[in-house]
Design a protein around this ligand. Structure first.
Ligand code: ADP
Ligand code: MG
Length: 693
């Protein structure tokens, strides 16, 4: 990875190979954009057939350009691209944007052309964005680089966007523009054949003026690298992403329960591991970016509310509370102070209703008190512009409070923005994030709190259990692999689990009925008898599980039935019959490029019907394991419910971590399923498990 992308984002001169006099062509629009955006350096149209384009002298070839060329756009048809990249190399061009489409996305021929021009670029050390992309924008007034064929001209700001899809990128750019929010840099990297999303993310991470990064990707080339880079970036500044697309198309059939539930791993897991804030709606993401790029990060989730209108604060509170934020009461001291400064009709509590007639002095005092109150981490304002109030000075007080204070302010600003243009401008210049609706503002504030959660989350540690016996596992797996077996036998599965100190119900495998009876005596009745065969994946589906067997007579009967139904060669897996308690499921699944994902959920209907299961990318740290346990919807059942005892979070989290370590140590394990485990208080035991290589 090389994240020095200055030649791309900070070009001093730009050539356009394939410049055109036709107004409705990319080769013309990019020149128009560079000129309109007041690009600081020279623009060189390259076209052998004309002398001039949009008033600029055209050159037959990039080699004929008199000055240096930092960045070249290539907009000519694919077959000519490799030759022009070669010319760029000879010219000393440092970066290229290939806008042209029709390469690897079109099949073998396109793929060959793409490889051809890439190898030429590499030979000359040229970085390439695209092909099949829009390009980049840098609003830094020192460059004003609009190397892009879109149509929105962002003002300088602090949000930078990187999008695999130019379509989504342009929508986001336009949304910020419509809100009057400036932007810093923009990149649509299309096929991403050379410069990757990860490199651009890293570059933005180091850009001082970028305060928030917005990301859109449907897949990530190298998720491991992405996660490690993004984790560094997200400790410094927020990264926001739309959840879309899958890394693994889920094509391969799953033979484990966890595998089936995971289906195809969504980008969500990668983002979560990287500390990226995810959004399902582009609108919410844009609002969050506005708040995150302008406000300090709150230290916690406690909100102080100031309002000059009743209803919107009710809606705001509903949304804030449902997002998990708290609205603590005012302290006595604060209330006392406010009683002296507020209008008589004001409601002195949290929310603080200053009432519609409140003027600048009332807002000033309210803001001061809220900023000082130690039990508030952020301030939420509902501000409607009453025509009988000096709103401009109210706005000035809000802006001044934001500037002087250390807590974030988010505002639901309700007005006719044309008539109250002066007030709007004061809020805008004061970088107060303003939203039309109370719930929108509340969600934007929630995103600030979410980012605080990410940034202040304990890094956690990936535990290395030294009591495990790797040699045993290595030999079991080696043996199975050498016999080309994919499904491990019960002896192998339980042998592996015991080697990693995952607690399992007492068990024994028996080759025939007599041995099984002896095993049952040894373990002690009641027992469970299961058919053990690599051919049988779901034992109960074929009558291969008999539970709560009380004595030798019952045992003989159920085994004779199994022999009749499943064949005389069947082995028996005899296991202690355990009380159910809470059923859990823990599992792992290998995902290409990612490693393994680890799943946790409550068994039975919770996974089967409600799909209540959480996943995390391994290695799972101690804090991640605990957070997984707390993230399932049925978490109250884990803690104990209506007199029922809860289960040990510590033990459960240790099993999750041991499984994470096991699959990390032995990546040949493709799927692993502990389904179910029975948990009662501190007692947790695996009663069924399978491992697939
Ligand atoms: P499979 O998933 O292959 O059908 P299991 O071994 O999971 O077979 O057994 C099916 C069900 O039987 C389990 O979900 C569990 O409810 C019950 N069961 C299995 N083993 C035990 C045991 N040792 N003690 C109590 N119940 C058990
Ligand atoms: Mg099972």
């Amino acid at each position: 990875m090389n994240d020095n992308l200055d030649p791309l984002f900070k070009p001093k001169s730009v050539a356009l190979i394939g410049a055109s006099v036709k107004e409705l062509s990319i080769g013309n629009v990019i020149i128009k954009n560079l000129l309109h955006y007041n690009f600081r350096g020279p623009v060189y149209p390259i076209n052998p057939k004309v002398d001039e384009i949009r008033g600029l002298k055209a050159y037959p070839s990039v080699l004929d350009v008199p000055g240096e060329v930092d960045l070249a756009h290539i907009v000519i048809p694919p077959p000519f691209v490799p030759g022009e990249v070669e010319n760029c190399g000879k010219k000393g061009v440092k970066a290229i944007i290939v806008n042209t489409a029709g390469f690897k996305e079109m099949g073998a021929e396109g793929q060959a052309l793409e490889e051809d021009f890439l190898s030429r670029a590499r030979k000359y050390g040229i970085r390439v964005v695209g092909p099949n992309c829009q390009g980049i924008i840098n609003s830094d007034p020192e460059f004003n680089a609009y190397c892009n064929f879109t149509f929105t001209y962002p003002k300088p700001g602090h949000i930078s966007v990187v999008a695999q899809s130019g379509g989504v990128g342009a929508v986001l750019m336009q949304a910020f523009y419509d809100m009057g929010i400036g932007q810093r840099m923009y990149a649509s990297n299309g096929n991403g054949s050379d410069v990757s999303i990860t490199e651009i993310l890293s570059y933005y991470g180091k850009d001082e003026e970028t305060r928030a990064i917005v990301l859109y990707a449907e897949s990530i080339e190298n998720p491991k690298e992405f996660i490690s880079i993004a984790r560094q970036v997200t400790t410094r500044k927020p990264v926001l992403a739309i959840t879309a697309g899958r890394t693994d198309k889920g094509a391969e059939a799953s033979r484990s329960h966890i595998g089936g539930l995971a289906g195809s791993i969504s980008m969500d897991l990668i983002y979560k591991k990287a500390g990226i804030l995810t959004f399902r709606s582009q609108e919410d993401l844009c609002h969050a970016a506005v708040a995150l790029s302008s406000q300090p990060v709150p230290k916690g989730n406690r909100v102080g509310i100031i309002t000059n209108t009743g209803g919107p604060s009710v809606i705001a509170i509903d949304e804030l509370v449902s997002c998990g934020l708290e609205i603590p009461p005012l302290s006595e001291k604060a209330a006392e102070k406010l009683h002296g400064t507020m209008l008589e009709s004001a409601s002195v509590r949290n929310p603080l209703d200053v009432v519609a007639t409140a003027g600048p002095a009332h807002f000033k005092s309210a803001l001061e008190v809220m900023m000082q109150e130690p039990q508030f981490d952020s301030i939420y304002i509902n501000f409607v512009t009453p025509p009988f109030v000096d709103c401009e000075n109210v706005a000035r007080e809000i802006a001044a409070a934001a500037k002087a204070g250390t807590k974030p302010i988010v505002c639901n600003y309700m007005t006719d923005k044309e008539k109250w243009g002066g007030t709007s401008k004061i809020l805008k210049d004061g970088e107060i994030p303003c939203f039309d609706f109370a719930e929108t503002a509340a969600r934007a504030l929630h995103s600030l709190v979410r980012y605080n959660g990410i940034r202040s989350a304990e890094a956690g540690c990936v535990r290395n259990f030294t009591d495990v016996n790797k040699d045993t596992v290595r030999s079991i797996l080696g043996n199975a692999s050498s016999q080309n077996r994919e499904v491990l036998s019960a002896t192998e599965v339980y042998g592996i689990l015991e080697a990693y100190h995952v607690p399992v119900a007492s068990w024994k495998v028996a080759g025939n009925l007599q041995e099984a009876l002896a095993a049952a005596e040894g373990i002690g009745f009641p027992v469970v008898i299961k058919a053990d065969s690599e051919q049988i994946i779901h034992k109960s589906d074929v009558g291969g599980v008999a539970v709560n067997i009380q004595n030798a007579g019952e045992a003989t009967m159920v085994m004779e039935t199994m022999i009749r139904n499943l064949g005389a060669g069947i082995r028996f897996f005899v296991q202690k019959f355990l009380p159910k308690g809470r059923e859990l499921i823990i599992g792992a699944k290998a995902v290409e490029g990612v490693g393994h994902i680890i799943g946790f959920g409550l068994g039975g209907i919770f996974v089967e019907v409600l799909k209540d299961i959480v996943f995390s990318i391994s290695p799972v740290s101690d804090t991640e394991a605990i957070s997984m346990i707390h993230s399932v919807k049925a978490t109250p059942l884990i803690h104990g419910f209506r007199g029922e005892k809860g289960i040990s979070i510590e033990k459960t989290s240790e099993i999750i971590q041991r499984i994470s370590m096991l699959v990390n140590d032995f990546p040949v394990i493709r799927e692993l399923d502990l389904n179910p485990l029975f948990a009662i208080g501190d007692e947790i035991h695996v009663v069924d498990a399978r491992i697939i290589l």
